[in-house]
Design a protein around this ligand. Structure first.
Ligand code: ATP
Length: 457
């Protein structure tokens, strides 16, 4: 694995951002838990998304639907039957691989997602692709693997009780589209956003938290009239770009925007664009923006028998709205932000400084209070408890001050506040900024407004 990626993963584990799932039992393959700092960062990221895409957008409202839905939802959406990956087994070591990913690993420029199953098989045999595990070249033909997680609801474990864990949050939105529109008295265009867990029985999970079987999605379904002449696809693509670059601070050099070719499109989409981020292990899909046409609502109308048309009162016409969907995984976005902000600096004394240059809005702690010596401990605690009412704060009283600065840099705390011998006389503290290491003396009475200004910059 990429050396830099290893360093980032180890750093995140050692600092309490991410833990191996079920670790004391030897773990559970590809499952991850979020530690005290990771949970905080994840919540902040979700809040930021919710604020930008739901609360502060004049068109949108929010929703929170169940993970387990009536199984007919998945028949209507096309997931039962269509939601599968092309797999090959290595006949020699019995390992199982996604055919398209095998090709793309060896030939990163090939877009194997557009190839039919026959073409995938032919490509693998003609290009001498071998099993990554045992290096043999003896694969089975492709078989399709269903990605839906199944379980049973209630005491019976037979087909009548079979239900599925949702593989995307979007369908909950479509199913509650009519109720949401009616109760919020929305007119088109409007959008419904949702954040929640999704489950896919992925064949090749991996690359740390990039691809897991349990993950969270932040999805927006934006409904509009097919006669609306606004280019809503570009509008949402630009909103996503703005969010990534301006709110999250991700550099435009580190991602590309790739439009799907016709045969790569999902069964429901007539245009899809992926934002692909340069992860340390290679480029990977971060955020998908899909034109889902009126496919989902039409299907649900047909399968449920409910009228899901919209009445355009001005023109007195009824139709099924069309949909643009920007969809992103919380953990994938988190990984991109963490890779983007991880940085190593050699200091003058040759010491290594690891910094997470997280946007201030996302840092688990905005400030850390550091009393220089034991004598300042009481004052520091009083200040800590006071500032805790307004900021996400922590206090660190152990180790020399240089070490404590390093500790806060490593978890991305933007401001360290040091209380020293002079504080008793001048009521001032030293505020040190994470990125520039610039230090400034500030009166304690002005601290709250100083930090408020700085954190809103
Ligand atoms: P991929 O090609 O990587 O499997 P996809 O095209 O199936 O992804 P979508 O169905 O478009 O993904 O899902 C929307 C978003 O949800 C993705 O852009 C990604 O951020 C996230 N996502 C999808 N699958 C996973 C997963 N297994 N683990 C983590 N995040 C995921």
């Amino acid at each position: 694995m990429n050396n830099n990626f290893d360093k980032i993963i180890n750093h995140l584990k050692s600092q309490g951002f991410v833990f191996q799932g079920s670790e004391i039992y030897g773990g559970l393959a590809n499952s991850w838990d979020y530690g005290p700092l990771g949970a905080e960062l994840k919540n902040k990221l979700k809040n930021l998304w919710w604020r930008f895409f739901v609360k502060r957008n004049k068109y949108n409202i929010g929703l929170d639907t169940s993970i387990i839905l009536n199984p007919k939802v998945w028949l209507a959406s096309g997931h039962l039957g269509n939601f599968n990956d092309p797999l090959v087994d290595c006949k020699s070591c019995k390992s199982r691989w996604r055919a398209d990913k095998l090709i793309e690993e060896k030939f990163p420029d090939v877009n194997a997602g557009v190839l039919s199953n026959e073409m995938l098989e032919e490509y693998i045999s003609k290009n001498d692709i071998s099993c990554p595990k045992c290096k043999k070249k003896d694969f089975t033909n492709i078989r399709l693997f269903d990605l839906m997680f199944k379980t049973f609801q209630g005491p019976l474990e037979d087909d009548s009780a079979k239900v599925y864990l949702r593989p995307e949050t979007a369908q909950g939105i479509f199913v509650q589209y009519k109720n949401s529109q009616r109760t919020s008295r929305r007119k088109l265009p409007f959008g419904i956003g949702q954040i929640g867990k999704s489950f896919r029985n992925e064949i090749t999970p991996g690359n740390f938290i990039f691809r897991t079987r349990e993950f969270e999605q932040m999805e927006l379904e934006f409904f509009f009239s097919p006669n609306d002449e606004n280019n809503w696809f570009d509008y949402w693509l630009n909103q996503v770009k703005h969010f990534i670059t301006k709110e999250l601070g991700i550099s435009t050099n580190n991602f590309i925007i790739r439009e799907h070719e016709k045969d790569e499109l999902s069964h429901y989409s007539n245009k899809t664009v992926d934002i692909e981020y340069n992860f340390p292990f290679g480029r990977g899909e971060l955020w998908g923006i899909a034109h889902r046409s009126n496919y989902d609502l039409t299907q649900h109308q047909q399968f449920s028998g409910e009228d899901l048309t919209y009445l355009d009162q001005e023109n007195n016409v009824r139709f099924i709205p069309h949909v643009i969907e920007p969809s992103v995984g919380v953990e994938r976005l988190l990984l991109a932000i963490l890779c983007e902000s991880y940085c190593e600096e050699k200091l003058e004394n040759n010491e290594l400084r690891i910094i997470l240059r997280l946007p201030i809005k996302l840092a688990p702690y905005t400030i850390a209070i550091l009393p220089l010596q034991k004598q300042q401990s009481e004052k520091a605690r009083t200040l800590f408890e006071d500032l805790l009412q307004y900021f996400d704060a922590t206090i660190d009283e152990t180790g020399n001050i240089g070490k404590r600065y390093r500790r806060q840099d490593a978890i991305g705390t933007p401001f360290c506040i040091t209380i020293d011998f002079d504080t008793e006389n001048d009521n001032c503290v030293t505020v040190r900024e994470r990125d520039s290491m610039h230090q400034e003396r500030i009166n304690i009475n002005d601290l709250k407004s100083y930090l408020t200004n700085k954190s809103n910059m």
